[in-house]
Design a protein around this ligand. Structure first.
Ligand SMILES: Nc1nc2c(c(=O)[nH]1)N[C@H]1C(S)=C(S)[C@@H](COP(=O)(O)OP(=O)(O)OC[C@H]3O[C@@H](n4cnc5c(=O)[nH]c(N)nc54)[C@H](O)[C@@H]3O)O[C@H]1N2
Ligand SMILES: Nc1nc2c(c(=O)[nH]1)N[C@H]1C(S)=C(S)[C@@H](COP(=O)(O)OP(=O)(O)OC[C@H]3O[C@@H](n4cnc5c(=O)[nH]c(N)nc54)[C@H](O)[C@@H]3O)O[C@H]1N2
Ligand code: SF4
Ligand SMILES: [Mo]
Length: 901
């Protein structure tokens, strides 16, 4: 099955395959060396321009996610009892096709929809979009990129005329100033953050972070602007006013390449007439604002990069426009070291945009003008072109709930977790006449809405195709493992249904190479420089060349196979007249305001070592050790105000739903707001699916929901006791308990809190494991119960419980599971929570790569280490991917402060 030629080169181990990391939009090159047993050794590809050999903690742990234990391996059909039967591919494909046909004939093409993902490969995405928009004739194709990049797409198109990222990663190496707006780069684009930090260390570049909350990124920055949520467009409108007032604009660039400047400036003067007014709107001090403006104004080589703090806003498109305006006004665009830079989230968010995966786009960056529809229909020979924009994600799910959409096919996304108002979404999915999911895993929250068909799709390592990263660089993802069992690539599944719908000729491809060659030909079709996305150099690319394709930045028109590093320094916008268009911005406002009943703004985002809904990173003990529980971060003054205890629990609620999370105090979270992670689902925790409590209000241009500011309430939740359970075979806690699950070496772990008594827990332990090999330690008066089940010298299960507020630590017990050889002669030592070989308790993991815990790092600082470099030399912590360096620096600072000493 493995069809790709390996590409030997410097630093490439024998037998290794060059591929690309399946996580974030940095798009790091990976060298995978299969071990012949279904696994592989993973290393960074030194020849890939995105990472030059580096990987972050998530990339480095990819080998831990390759197992087949959680995978769906056969087509499954729901039966009348609500269970699933294995069926052949022929049966599954025939019945999916018949279901679609019946609904299309009865209710018309607009009753069917696809919901896709930036984690599909370009080739998968291309055929799905072609089938729906060209052959079925519905425009209802949308993607999780709606929740991710759509405000940037809309902002780019409004102002630049096309969805083009002008610069590239080298600019991050050569910029003198890097402004990160709404981006926790240190955790979410770690390899780029390392490049920025290297620039800072070697060239003295300065880094400014604009984020309401003090993130790991902010801790390593030169300036932190803790902006009021939602007010970024005012800050940048004020910058435009400052640039103009101080003669810092580039009059020549404006005159030649930009229209609308006067109107945009007048509008900026209304929104942000004075620094004082900006201060009032943004909550920043006039001094901080002025020094930021002066720094930006005085530094020609400035990159302003942004991510979800900008995109996921009710005025995300305006925020993007406000940033673009400042770069256009100074001509700082497409120049080495300078430009506006959208950091894309998913590995192929860009590829999805290229093929028209968004409901308001057609393929190859075309829109729905009659000429474009006509062009596409001629190129595809498409019988049923969609003629108007389709429904965007949130509206699409509304239409499902209202049964206007009756058939939905979800591929490579987990909407029952990640869409706002997730409870309603899950209920809506359950009401479909035909619900199909193409998945890698056998179980997730979307699958628990019971699709009629679950189609087993190829996963990373098995998939073959291309992805495009944040800097427009197209890279190959290459398979290095055989397809297991009956698993098939997503493109194949779509094409088989398309053929059964009668579109045999248009969907017969020999492989992803032929799809890519067609996609490239389309990008060049009647283009002649009118559309940004042109990879005509790859039109009709033969398979050998496709397999050998080196990373290249589009546009790469015919005759220019080396691609284009930057655009727009000399204008040349794709607007017809070649000019960018500045636009007036609306007065910023959050989608909803707080109130007495909902006094706090719920902000949501990512942790360092998990990816989205954890279907992959959740399998890795290393990655699960860093943020091991779903916590709500709350400022200590709000904690006092609402009676919350650190390490206790809190219920966060609003009209949409509620969650219960562990409470963590965090002085970096501004008073009046909460921060909660997006990663936990009903699979991994009892009450922590945060999407349930996220509002569905959207930006008017992009349709992207405001996922970072939902008015909410918080109240303490008390449980009688807290504990953990580790067991090789899983263990169900009594009904009503709070729990969160995580991968632990050699076991599955659950941290829990419960009102069940220790006697009840003892009962369940006995029921689950029997009394054979059970050792117990009971202090009924103190409410403490600890037990371990040891059989044939192996630890099978351990459960520790103590009264609330005295949660037992589990690090040493985890070690006992990890080391199957070192078995517990000393059961009492284990039950006492003492480590078996006398080594110190490592504490929570800080460095995931080398498994170095907090206690070891503290001890090293106490023992004389002064810098993160010293820690690296002594403990290796921080010397591989560097994702933990901000944390190590903070631990060092704490251990030096007199309070900690
Ligand atoms: N570790 C990890 N990395 C990832 C991912 C992952 O799941 N885990 N996912 C990938 C994906 S798909 C994406 S989209 C990216 C997301 O990458 P980021 O956007 O960097 O991550 P988030 O944590 O979602 O949000 C970024 C920040 O926006 C801030 N913010 C909230 N409201 C505002 C506001 O009004 N203004 C400003 N200026 N800031 C605000 C939040 O406080 C938060 O710190 O990460 C990618 N990388
Ligand atoms: N509250 C809140 N919600 C958010 C966000 C936020 O910041 N706050 N961020 C939003 C953003 S930016 C994003 S990108 C989304 C992400 O949200 P989702 O896309 O829902 O999250 P994932 O866990 O990545 O889901 C991917 C699913 O596809 C499967 N899968 C992976 N690869 C493949 C493949 O090749 N083929 C197939 N068929 N299946 C595959 C995985 O097993 C998994 O179940 O969440 C959004 N939701
Ligand atoms: S930064 Fe990390 S997650 Fe992102 S592509 Fe690189 S290795 Fe993968
Ligand atoms: Mo994303």
């Amino acid at each position: 099955m493995r069809s790709d030629a390996n590409l030997p080169g410097p630093g490439v181990p024998d037998g290794s395959i060059r591929t690309t990391c399946p996580y974030c939009g940095v798009g790091c090159g990976v060298l995978a060396t299969p071990d012949g047993r279904g696994g592989a050794a993973i290393a960074g590809d030194p020849a890939h321009p995105a990472n030059l050999g580096r990987l972050c903690s998530k990339g480095s742990a990819l080998a831990e996610t390759l197992g087949l234990g959680s995978r769906v391996l056969h087509p499954l059909r729901r039966n009348d009892a609500g269970g699933y039967d294995r069926v052949s591919w022929d049966v599954a494909l025939d019945e999916v096709t018949d279901g679609l046909k019946t609904i299309i004939e009865r209710d018309g093409p607009d009753a069917v929809a696809f919901y896709l993902s930036g984690q599909l490969l370009t080739e998968d995405y291309y055929v799905a979009n072609k089938l729906m928009k060209g052959f079925i004739g519905s425009a209802h194709v949308d993607t999780n990129s709606r929740l991710c990049m759509s405000s940037t797409v809309a902002g780019h198109k409004r102002v630049l005329g096309s969805d083009t990222v002008p610069g590239n990663y080298e600019d991050l190496d050569s910029a003198d100033l890097i402004v990160l707006v709404g981006s926790n780069t240190a955790w979410c684009h770690p390899v780029l953050f390392r490049r920025m930090q290297q620039n800072r260390a070697q060239r003295g570049a300065r880094i400014v972070v604009i984020d309401p909350r003090v993130t790991a990124t902010a801790e390593d920055a030169d300036m932190m602007l803790a902006i009021k949520p939602g007010s970024d467009s005012v800050l940048f409108a004020g910058l435009l006013v400052h640039l103009d007032a101080n003669g810092l604009t580039d009059a020549t660039y404006l005159a030649r390449h930009v229209s609308g400047y006067d109107e945009a400036l007048a509008n900026a003067r209304e929104l942000a007439p004075t620094v004082a007014s900006v201060a009032e709107r943004t909550g920043l001090t006039p001094v901080a604002i002025t020094s930021f403006y002066e720094l930006w104004g005085a530094t020609p080589a400035v990159v302003t990069a942004w991510s979800q703090g900008v995109n996921q806003s009710a005025q995300g498109t305006d925020k993007v426009a406000a940033i673009l305006h400042c770069h256009l006004a100074t001509g700082r665009i497409g120049r080495p070291g300078g430009g506006p830079f959208s950091l894309t989230g998913q590995p192929n968010a860009m590829g999805g945009r290229e093929v028209g995966g968004l409901a308001n786009m057609l393929a190859a960056h075309m829109g729905y003008s009659p000429a474009e529809i006509d062009r596409l229909s001629r190129f595809w020979q498409a019988p049923n072109m969609a003629r108007h924009e389709g429904l965007k994600a949130v509206a699409m799910l509304d239409a499902v709930a209202q049964q206007r959409i009756k058939a939905l096919w979800v591929m490579a996304t987990n909407p029952a977790v990640s869409l706002p108002r997730a409870d309603q979404v899950k209920a809506a999915l359950g009401s479909l006449d035909l619900f199909v999911v193409s998945e890698n895993v056998l179980s997730n929250d979307t699958l628990s809405a019971k699709p009629h068909f679950i189609l087993p799709a190829a996963a990373w390592g098995e998939k073959n195709g291309t992805v495009t990263n944040s800097e427009r660089r197209i890279s190959r993802q290459r398979a290095f493992l055989d397809l297991p069992a009956e698993v098939k690539p997503d493109w194949w599944i779509v094409c088989e249904v398309a053929k059964r719908l009668g579109f045999v000729e248009a969907f017969t491809y020999g492989g992803p190479d032929e799809i890519y060659a067609e996609h490239a030909a389309l990008s060049a079709f009647e283009n002649a420089g009118t559309r940004d996305f042109d990879i005509g150099a790859h039109a009709g690319l033969p398979k050998r060349a496709y397999d050998a394709l080196k990373p290249v930045q589009w546009p790469a028109p015919a005759g220019q196979p080396l691609g284009t590093p930057r655009l727009f320094a000399q204008g040349g916008f794709f607007t017809g007249d070649g000019r960018a268009r500045m636009v007036p911005l609306a007065v910023p406002a959050l989608a909803s305001a707080t109130s007495e009943a909902l006094p706090l703004l719920l902000n949501t985002g990512r942790v360092r070592d998990h990816w989205h809904t954890m279907t992959r990173t959740g399998l890795s003990p290393r990655l699960s050790a860093h943020a091991s529980e779903p916590c709500v971060h709350v400022h200590p003054t709000d904690a006092a105000r609402f009676g919350l205890i650190e390490g206790g629990f809190a219920r966060i609620a609003n009209a949409f739903g509620a969650v219960v999370l562990k409470v963590g105090f965090d002085a970096g979270v501004p008073p009046g707001s909460l921060f909660a992670p997006i990663h936990w689902s009903a699979e991994t925790a009892s009450h922590a699916r945060i999407g349930a409590a996220v509002q569905p209000a959207c930006d008017p241009f992009s349709g992207q929901p405001e996922m970072k500011a939902t008015p909410s309430s918080i109240a303490p939740v008390a449980y009688a006791s807290q504990g953990f359970v580790l067991s090789r075979d899983g263990f169900a806690l009594p009904e009503g308990s709070w729990w969160s699950k995580l991968a632990v070496e050699g076991s599955e772990g659950r941290l829990f809190a419960t009102d069940a008594t220790s006697a009840e827990l003892m009962e369940s332990i006995r029921a689950a494991f029997g009394e054979d090999g059970l050792t117990e330690m009971i202090d009924s008066e103190g409410g403490v119960y600890r037990c371990a089940v040891i059989r044939d010298g192996a630890l099978i299960a351990a459960l520790f419980i103590a009264p609330a507020g005295r949660a037992p630590l589990w690090d040493t017990v985890k070690l006992a599971f990890a080391d199957a050889g070192a078995m517990p002669e000393n059961r009492l030592a284990l039950l006492a929570g003492r480590s078996l070989d006398g080594a110190a308790d490592p504490g929570p993991t800080v460095c995931a790569c080398f498994g170095v815990g907090l206690n070891a790092i503290r001890a090293a600082f106490a023992g004389g280490a002064a810098t993160p470099e010293d820690i690296g030399r002594q403990l290796r912590a921080g010397t591989n991917c560097g994702s933990c360096l901000p944390e190590i620096r903070r631990i060092g600072a704490q251990s030096r402060s007199p309070v900690a000493a």
